[in-house]
Design a protein around this ligand. Structure first.
Ligand SMILES: Cc1cc2nc3c(=O)[nH]c(=O)nc-3n(C[C@H](O)[C@H](O)[C@H](O)COP(=O)(O)OP(=O)(O)OC[C@H]3O[C@@H](n4cnc5c(N)ncnc54)[C@H](O)[C@@H]3O)c2cc1C
Length: 272
């Protein structure tokens, strides 16, 4: 990411990332889709989806649920816990009482001084001494339609399921590293008016398994074109997958391109 940002820059939709969701909604509705929210899917059978007390008949079911969660909704009802986990994060979203000094770039990425120690910590599930830190900040009306400045601070941490706040030693230590790198005259927290923190304890509520938030990391023979799970398989020809669990994986650009590949293959199969 730092290399891409340094050479090509980073692009943000005007209005923020949620504009992408709104644009997809408009596209879907223009294509005749009816969107229903607030109805968690409870079970998926061949050509049938059970959600919110209703049964929906379907020629094909396309799902972007995390692979482990999806398995639990299928007739096999398999529940499993991946042996290896990708890192989780501590993400602070803040409204600013005062803007950062002019000249502080909108986006900053700090890498750990010792990357090998960092990877070893994440691998073993231990908290690293230093981690990867992303800091984004925007003034009022810059990108987002807000009256005040906004700031996000994101740290990669192991998927431990634990809670964090800004006083946590790792977070406080990394904020000092940000302050030094940017030459801030005051502590970062003194610029914030209000904030909330999403941490591994929060992500655990939505993620692949009961205690942790992230999906399992794949062994090398299941990456790239051999990615598991596939977009669709012979055993369940009416079930198609999109989302972070399928190739090429997580992150909004990857999820969108994976959805395009999966959909093109589904449509191609219908044509043939
Ligand atoms: C804090 C944070 C910051 C991030 N920042 C970036 C970033 O800057 N750039 C980037 O590219 N990526 C970023 N990501 C990663 C990106 O958000 C994910 O990779 C992407 O959202 C995954 O898309 P998805 O469709 O697979 O899953 P999700 O976006 O998680 O969508 C799955 C949906 O399924 C719903 N769901 C779950 N269970 C059920 C059920 N039983 N029935 C019905 N619906 C259900 C969930 O509520 C959710 O809406 C970030 C992630 C986090 C957590």
């Amino acid at each position: 990411m730092p290399a891409v940002i340094a050479t090509e820059g980073a692009w943000v939709p005007e209005g923020g990332l949620y504009e992408l969701v709104r644009a997809l909604k408009r596209l879907a509705e223009a294509g005749g889709a009816e969107l229903k929210t607030g109805e968690p899917v409870e079970r998926i059978e061949a050509g049938r989806v059970f959600a919110g007390g209703s049964v929906y008949e379907a020629d094909f079911v396309v799902t972007d649920l995390d692979a482990v969660r999806l398995e639990a909704l299928l007739p096999s009802g398999r529940t499993s816990v991946p042996k290896r986990l990708t890192p989780s994060g501590v993400a602070t979203y803040a409204v600013m009482g005062e803007l950062l000094p002019s000249g502080v770039p909108n986006r900053t990425v700090l890498l750990p001084a010792d990357t090998e120690a960092f990877f070893a910590s994440l691998e073993s599930g231990e908290e690293p001494d230093q981690t990867v830190v992303f800091l984004n900040h925007y003034g009022p009306g810059e990108v987002y339609p807000n009256e005040k400045g906004t700031l996000t601070l994101q740290l990669a941490v192991p998927a431990s399921g634990r809670s964090y706040d800004l006083a946590d030693p790792l977070v406080a230590r990394e904020m000092r590293r940000v302050e030094d790198a940017l030459g801030l005259p005051r502590p970062l927290t003194s610029y914030l008016e209000d904030y909330f923190v999403l941490d591994p304890a929060y992500f655990a509520k939505w993620g692949a398994q009961a205690e942790r938030c992230t999906v399992g990391a794949h062994p090398f023979w299941q990456i790239g074109p051999l990615h598991c799970p596939p977009y669709s398989d012979r055993g369940r020809p009416r079930l198609w997958r999109v989302g972070a669990s399928v190739h090429p994986g997580g992150g909004v650009p990857a999820v969108l391109s994976g959805a395009m590949i999966s959909t093109a293959r589904l449509l191609g199969r219908l044509d043939s």
